[in-house]
Design a protein around this ligand. Sequence first.
Ligand code: BTN
Length: 259
Amino acid sequence: MNNDFASIAEFARTTAAGHFNIISLASIDSTNRYAKLLLSKKKISSSAVILADEQTQGKGRLNRYWASPPGVGLWMSIVVEPDLPATQWFLLTFMSAVAVAEAIERQTGLEAQLKWPNDVLIRRKKTCGILLESASVEQKSFLIIGIGVNVNQSEFPDELRDKATSLAIETGKEISRLELFTEILLRFDQLYSSLDSSIMRIWKKKAAFFQQRVTVTELNREFDAMALDVNDDGGLIVDVQGVHRTIYAGDVQIQWRQI
Ligand code: BTN
């Protein structure tokens, strides 16, 4: 794969990408961890974006590892100081997934779908994951939105092959990380400037899994259910043997119905 990271670093140095303050790094343990560190030292603030070509300890949701090899992905964290009550911060998660999905669609022509709470799927396989973390610095609350997009991987290890994909695999061609990166920031900015609960309607239009059987992982237990809806608080409503339950923290695996 052609390593186009130099063009992204150059873009970050020379271009006023909206009002974002972009910090690009060849390698870091985790852009989310680094964003927290810089916030605690007051070296960055709202609108900072940390982008790395490689993460050596990429973090996924639920303490999972996020593989982030060099040259093939977008591993980035966007820092915001939300102008929303804490009860509404979850909207940022859904908004970020919509921003990435729309940016992917514009750049590749592929159809992107969304899976609760914040995965972006292409042809039922995960191409982007989002990890939202919070940090407080002197009475100010920041959110760190970690976005990982599989862009130009040409293959995945056996254990992931059925679940994960990259944009290059799905389009059959190499994708410009610079163009995708700038499109994500642009869309993020547009959606963020008018963010309210209406984002849930947009998210639901792209949701892939309503009326599908799912395996829910909640804390340390798993159960099968039918995914019904997402409520106004971002909770997933499922039907478990005729009883409706709402899940706020956890993960789902879709048991795709054969068509
Ligand atoms: C998931 O489990 O689906 C969330 C994955 C989030 C990965 C991104 S890559 C950039 C940022 N830094 C990290 O360490 N994780 C997030």
